[in-house]
Write a protein that binds this ligand. Structure first.
Ligand code: BGC
Length: 276
């Protein structure tokens, strides 16, 4: 692909803070974990498979000399595993200030071919996982109270998708979870803002990761995908990660309950640029 995001230094906005990123051993999650650490945060790299990949990411982060990283295994759809992960994170880092609920999967099929298993898997990881991680995060923020490191008691950031508003034929399970995350996020933001907990979402468009490989790996697929992106290129994980670092910092202290679309204009209905 032709993605060329600008090469920029990372502002050190997160010194002294501790973060946890779910689904952080690949794709967007990996990018977020690296960028939060580059901004000065200690980071838990959560993973559910391939421990060696998670450890390699941690080794890499630890070699950079900014925030420290540790890998913790947990399936976010399992209540006991999420609780154990948070307990371990608190044991290692003392507390958490930033939690990125990022883990997500696709199991695509047209409605009539979609199995109940495909439906349930996507709902469990993307939506129930978001609930379990959010609940554990907020319990920890409130347990430990305010800290000097931030104006907020805690920051909760969901990785949603442009598909929280764009319907997606052949992917109804996935789009349902992202629409669900939108109102989960907004409801939690309303509930928790009085406690100084900021809850927001990032809605990535087409970002070059393994989840959508078939949409960019051949020139034909890449050309078709690029037609959906007014800015004319696919995005890279770092471009989501930069927004996550800013959202986690006091630079964005007045943001509560917002979905930030980082999509090269994908939500601008590009078909209407010449039609309608
Ligand atoms: C999906 C990708 C897709 C993108 C834009 C994301 O949420 O995971 O597979 O390329 O949305 O359609």
């Amino acid at each position: 692909m032709n993605a060329q995001p600008p090469n920029l230094p990372t502002p050190k906005m997160l010194g002294g803070q501790n973060a946890l990123v779910t689904g952080a051993n690949s794709g967007i999650g990996q990018g977020i974990a690296r960028e939060l650490a580059a901004a000065g945060a200690n980071v838990v790299v959560n993973y559910v498979a391939k421990p060696e990949v998670a450890q390699a990411i941690c080794d890499d982060i630890n070699a950079q000399g900014e925030g420290k990283a540790i890998a913790i295994e947990a399936d976010v759809s399992k209540e006991d595993q999420v609780q154990a992960m948070f307990a371990e994170a608190v044991k290692q880092f003392g507390t958490l200030d930033i939690v990125c609920s990022n883990a997500g999967i696709q199991r695509d099929a047209n409605l009539t071919d979609m199995t109940l298993e495909q439906w349930n898997q996507v709902i469990s990881v993307n939506l129930t996982g978001a609930f379990l991680v959010a609940r554990a995060a907020v319990r920890e923020f409130t347990r430990r109270g305010m800290r000097e490191v931030s104006c907020a008691l805690g920051k909760l950031i969901f990785t949603s998708s442009v598909h929280e508003v764009i319907p997606w034929a052949g992917h109804c399970n996935y789009a349902t979870t992202k629409g669900g995350i939108m109102l989960l996020m907004r409801s939690l933001a309303q509930e928790l803002a009085p406690q100084k907990i900021r809850v927001n979402s990032i809605c990535p468009g087409a970002i070059e990761t393994a989840i959508n490989r078939n949409a960019w790996e051949t020139p034909e697929a890449a050309a078709a995908l690029t037609r959906l992106i007014p800015y004319g290129r696919i995005g890279l994980p770092i471009e989501i990660a930069r927004v996550a670092a800013w959202l986690a910092s006091d630079q964005s202290d007045y943001l509560c309950g917002t979905s930030i679309f980082v999509d090269g204009g994908m939500t601008l209905y590009p078909g209407f640029a010449t039609g309608g």
